[in-house]
Ligand binder design. Structure first.
Ligand code: SAM
Length: 349
């Protein structure tokens, strides 16, 4: 999908297919239960678009559990990403919060808007969420932050969306998202199993794995399993650095994970253009085990390492520094999830 920049607009019309089928989208009695969603969608003539990650949640208990996880009160504002046919949207709206739901598929946005029209604190915008800052979407709907972000995210753009949310200003106070299970684990990390993604997330927020969701909860069921993750935004970044320094810090992280199976003392000479004795010295000063792999270091280790390199060999960081921010790329090697992986794949031998 090529990026388009236009004012997010409510799709005003009821879909012609819905009209032809004579579906009432106003009265509550016409609103299908999520369990009936496949039927409802079939009646609307909706064919899920794989390219847009359209796997719709049809399990009422799971829908309710996700909305509960968002812990909403009627004073809250929710930005929902990817409203689809509105199963989750309705659960959020039922809790009395103000809901701004964004959906790229105009036709689906239109039919869901019609179906849920009884909820007067709900607005559905037809827009590509990545074309706008969250604050622009809230402004378009005429609501003010603070806000919570919730979504059963389209898998193909999970990480850009999470990145956009975490780096936005103002950022959501809390993010509750359903994502591919591997990505969920990667986001949360943990002792000796950090990833580029988990460390990037932890600069801005505290991630927590909430619960798994089986593929049978979706229609059509995806091939992968899913899980719900909550990220609570920190008041300020966990690393106390200026934005330009933070960019260099993320560069160091990327360099460290460039060869994740290697011991860290073997990674930096090549990645930072430093001599091996310089790297060993910096690791010693920073108190980092030279035979550790990147995944074994936590955020505090990386901060110490950054500060040490910056003090002792700033050229190692500067020569490679590119203006970049957190890395939420999809490119990491999933094998790194295996705790045993470093021992099994020892590239240093
Ligand atoms: N929330 C619904 C549910 O739980 O059943 C739908 C979830 S489905 C996994 C993801 C939704 O995100 C789809 O409806 C898809 O059309 C929408 N979507 C995909 N890319 C998008 C984008 N760039 N901006 C906004 N919505 C998008």
């Amino acid at each position: 999908m090529s990026p388009r920049r236009s004012t997010p607009k409510p799709a005003r019309r009821q879909t012609s297919r819905a009209r032809r089928l004579g579906l009432s989208t106003k009265s509550k009695s016409a609103a299908p239960k999520p369990d009936d969603m496949p039927d409802y969608l079939r009646r609307l003539g909706v064919v899920p678009r794989k390219a847009l990650g359209q796997h719709f949640l049809v399990d009422e208990l799971i829908l309710s559990a996700i909305a509960d996880a968002a812990a909403l009160t009627s004073d809250d504002v929710v930005l929902e990403i990817g409203a689809g046919p509105g199963g989750l949207t309705e659960e959020l709206a039922k809790r009395g919060a103000t809901v701004v739901a964004v959906e790229i598929d105009e036709e689906l946005a239109g039919s869901t808007r019609s179906r849920l029209s009884e909820y007067d604190k709900l607005q559905i915008l037809a827009a590509d969420v990545l074309d706008f800052e969250p604050i622009e979407l809230l402004n378009e709907a005429g609501v003010q932050p603070p806000y919570v972000a919730v979504g059963n995210l389209p898998y193909y753009i999970t990480q850009p969306i999470v990145r956009r949310l975490l780096e936005s200003d103002p950022a959501p106070t809390r993010i509750v998202v359903l994502v591919q299970r591997e990505v969920a684990h990667r986001m949360v990390g943990g002792p000796r199993r950090e990833s580029l993604l988990s460390l990037s997330v932890k600069v801005y927020g505290a991630p927590r794995l909430l619960f798994d969701v089986p593929s049978t909860a979706f229609w059509p069921p995806p091939k992968v399993q899913s899980a719900v993750v909550e990220i609570t935004r920190l008041d300020r970044p966990a690393i106390d650095l200026q934005p330009e320094e933070l960019a260099v810090f993320f560069h160091l992280l990327r360099a460290g994970f460039a060869q994740p199976r290697k011991q860290i003392h073997n990674v930096f000479p090549e990645e930072l253009g430093l001599e091996p004795p310089q790297v060993r010295h910096a690791l010693e000063v920073a108190g980092i085990d030279p035979v550790a792999r990147a995944q074994h270091l936590d955020l505090a280790d990386w901060e110490r390492l950054y500060r040490t390199f910056n003090e002792l060999y700033p050229h190692g960081l500067e020569m490679n520094a590119v203006p970049a921010s957190a890395d939420f790329s999809e490119g990491e090697d999933l094998e790194e999830w295996d705790d045993d992986a470093p021992d099994v794949h020892d590239d240093d031998e």
